[in-house]
Design a protein around this ligand. Structure first.
Ligand code: MF3
Ligand code: CO
Ligand code: CO
Length: 271
C-alpha cells in the first residue's frame, strides 16, 4: 500500500496533512465560527439553552452540513452549552439564562468530511467584573498557546504558555479535559494538554491539525461529572470559562480554521 496515498503519521500517531487539505478545514471551521457569530444575538436573559441549541441545529441543517456531536457517544444535541460553573459538555435544556450568566457554546460541524470544532464565551445581559476578568484571561491564554504554534516547538510549549499565563493571573487550568487532533475524525491523537513544561511532548510539524481549548477556573482546577454522565462542573462551584479554536500547523506558524467571520470571538468585541 502506498503511504503517500494513505497519509503520513508521526511515531506518536499524529497525522500529517498536506497543504491542499487545509482548504477543507478552513471551510468547516468557518461554518462553525459563523454559527457562533450568528447565535450571539439570541443569548439573552430568559432564553432557554435548548432554544439556542435548536437554532444552532437549524443553522447546521441550513448550511447542508452535519453536526458532529449528534450521535457522538450517545450525545443528542448540536452544541454543548456550559453555564457558569459548568466546565464543559453542558447539555442544552429548558433552564433559562439569568442576567449575568456566562456560558460557553461549543459547536462542531462536518463539511465534506472535514471537522470544524470551536467554542467561545457569551454573557446573558450584564457581564460582572470577576466573570469579565475570567473570560479575558481564558481568551488570552488560548491566544498565548496559539502564538507558540510553529514547526520545531513542542506540545509542552503550548501547555506551558497557557498554564503560566493563567496562573500568573491567579486562576487555574483544568487538567481533566484537553484539546485533540482532528481532521476527517472528531478526536484523534494527540491529547493537547493546556499545562506542561517547555520542550516536552511531541514536536510540532507542518500539517498537524488540532484544537486548543483551555478551560480556566476562578477557583481550584478539579472537576466532577454529574449523573447525566456529560456535564462537568467545578468541584468548588467556582466560575469556569473556555475558548476553542481548530488550527493547522503551517510552515512558519499556524492557520486558525475557526476565526470569527464577524470578529466576534470575544464577547466584548464588536459590540
Ligand atoms: N466539541 C467538544 C470538543 O471540543 C466535544 C463535544 S462531544 C459531545 O472536543 F458529545 F459532548 F458533544
Ligand atoms: Co474540541
Ligand atoms: Co469543541
Amino acid at each position: 500500500m502506498n503511504n503517500k496515498i494513505r497519509g503520513r503519521q508521526t511515531k506518536d500517531g499524529i497525522r500529517i496533512f498536506d497543504t491542499t487539505e487545509f482548504d477543507g478545514m478552513h471551510v468547516a471551521g468557518a461554518l462553525a465560527a459563523q454559527i457562533l457569530d450568528d447565535i450571539a444575538p439570541h443569548v439573552v436573559p430568559g432564553q432557554a439553552t435548548e432554544v439556542l441549541d435548536k437554532l444552532i441545529n437549524d443553522m447546521v441543517d441550513g448550511a447542508d452540513a452535519k453536526s458532529a456531536t449528534i450521535g457522538y457517544k450517545g450525545y443528542q444535541h448540536a452544541s454543548c452549552i456550559s453555564v457558569n460553573h459548568v466546565v464543559c459538555h453542558g447539555i442544552p435544556g429548558s433552564k433559562t439564562l439569568k442576567d449575568g450568566d456566562i456560558l460557553n457554546i461549543d459547536v462542531t460541524v462536518i463539511v465534506d468530511g472535514w471537522y470544524g470544532d470551536t467554542s467561545r464565551m457569551y454573557v446573558a445581559g450584564q457581564l460582572g467584573r470577576k466573570a469579565e476578568r475570567l473570560i479575558q484571561v481564558t481568551h488570552d491564554a488560548l491566544m498565548k498557546g496559539i502564538e507558540v504554534v510553529r514547526p520545531g516547538n513542542t506540545f509542552g510549549d503550548i501547555g506551558h504558555a497557557i498554564q503560566s499565563y493563567v496562573e500568573a493571573h491567579r486562576m487555574s487550568v483544568v487538567r481533566d479535559f484537553c484539546g485533540h487532533g482532528l481532521g476527517r475524525v472528531f478526536h484523534a491523537p494527540p491529547n493537547v494538554l493546556h499545562y506542561g513544561r517547555p520542550g516536552t511532548g511531541p514536536r510540532l510539524e507542518e500539517g498537524m491539525f488540532f484544537t486548543i481549548e483551555p478551560m480556566v477556573n476562578l477557583g481550584r482546577p478539579e472537576t466532577k461529572t454529574l449523573a447525566d454522565d456529560w456535564t462537568a462542573v467545578t468541584r468548588d462551584k467556582s466560575l469556569s470559562a473556555q475558548f476553542e479554536h481548530s488550527i493547522g500547523v503551517a510552515a512558519d506558524g499556524c492557520e486558525i480554521f475557526t476565526l470569527s467571520p464577524g470578529g466576534k470571538f470575544h464577547p466584548t468585541y464588536g459590540e
